[in-house]
Design a protein around this ligand. Sequence first.
Ligand code: FAD
Length: 408
Amino acid sequence: MNFEHSDKVKALIERLQDFMALHVIPNDQVWWDQLAAAEDRWAPLPIVEELKVKARAAGLWNLFHTHARHGAPGLTNLEFAPLAEIMGRVHWSSIVFNCSAPDTGNMETIERYGTEEHKEKWLKPLLEGKIRSAFSMTEPEVASSDATNIRTSITRDGDHYVINGRKWWSSGAMSRDCEILIVMGKTDPDNADKHKQQSMILVPVKTPGVTLVRNLPVFGWDDAPHGHAEILYENVRVPVTNILLGEGRGFEIAQGRLGPGRIHHCMRNIGMAETALEKMCRRLASRTAFGRALADQSVWHERIANCRILIDQARWLVLNAADKMDRLGNKAARMEIGMIKVAAPNMLQQVVDWAIQAHGGAGVTTDSGLAYMYSRARTMRLVDGPDEVHRNQLAKAELGKYRPPRAK
Ligand SMILES: Cc1cc2nc3c(=O)[nH]c(=O)nc-3n(C[C@H](O)[C@H](O)[C@H](O)COP(=O)(O)OP(=O)(O)OC[C@H]3O[C@@H](n4cnc5c(N)ncnc54)[C@H](O)[C@@H]3O)c2cc1C
């Protein structure tokens, strides 16, 4: 396999790196300062809005999108990987290029499974970066890593569906820009095939009966301005045309949606890990303890080397999964996606943990930026399915090669 970037991608990498160096990295503190000073923590930050205009003008817009539309160059997953990695180096930067979670996964969902009306109404403003979206599947009452447990009901009543249920961890829903929710629930809870009970439906945030109950902080961070909402759906009525793909097709959509969304997270994780490793090396090279630079202690050589090995392993797994998605489709690449979904967050968590250790007390303050990275890394091991679920699938496939065939 040859993962050498094409000239087109090399040029994009260079332009993106220049943009990051000129506009994003120097404004990292501005971002935090604006958030701290914001009267409304859920309002979009002026620095981001300003940079979105510049990124679009620079042709660095919708880079995740596999179709050449709405300013997107129409890249494959493999081509997008190094670009997402660069964005991942600064946690808030993806939105500047309209490439942030959960919008990329949601846009792909509407693109693939929505009607022309859905696309006009929701995909177009999402691609233009005018609105944001959230994916509302997880519920507080049930173990949601098994999506067959989902209880929210979607009941047909004439020309409408009526939705009742409680969700949480709907990332992005707190944002004042969030206008559309993709909600997963059950249209046919008694169907003998438990994978046909579920559907996905588009619910505008402003529909009567939708209540944003609270934001869920992560290790104390509110993750503003996007947040993670607990949402109550009480007799929420939407037109029947809001259903995606059709009743009972929710699982099918979930499989398609989570492919790109998952791998984008992993690509960004690699960029974040590079930032953590850079901080770690700079810190170790600048401090002396017990008569020697910290960087000269062999334990740190071992950890630094291991970081490089872990990061590069994750990068190759990402590229391999992206390549398979491009060539054979998301479904065929599900094992590779599962592998990287376990490997990248665990790699990131380990690299950030060592970087924190290298910083001593500074590592756990907000000064170093590492504590926040740790919170992101740790949650990534749950988001889009916990590690165990992906490992189980991988193990089943592996064991399946050696189990005796079942008696018919
Ligand atoms: C920061 C953050 C953002 C999120 N964003 C979203 C979002 O935008 N939309 C959304 O719908 N959800 C979102 N989630 C929810 C996330 O996808 C779920 O938390 C995750 O799928 C696990 O579901 P659960 O919390 O119900 O845990 P449970 O299903 O109760 O699982 C608890 C634990 O049980 C173990 N476990 C589960 N299954 C198995 C198994 N088969 N074998 C062994 N052990 C197992 C795992 O250790 C797991 O962590 C987000 C979560 C976080 C933390």
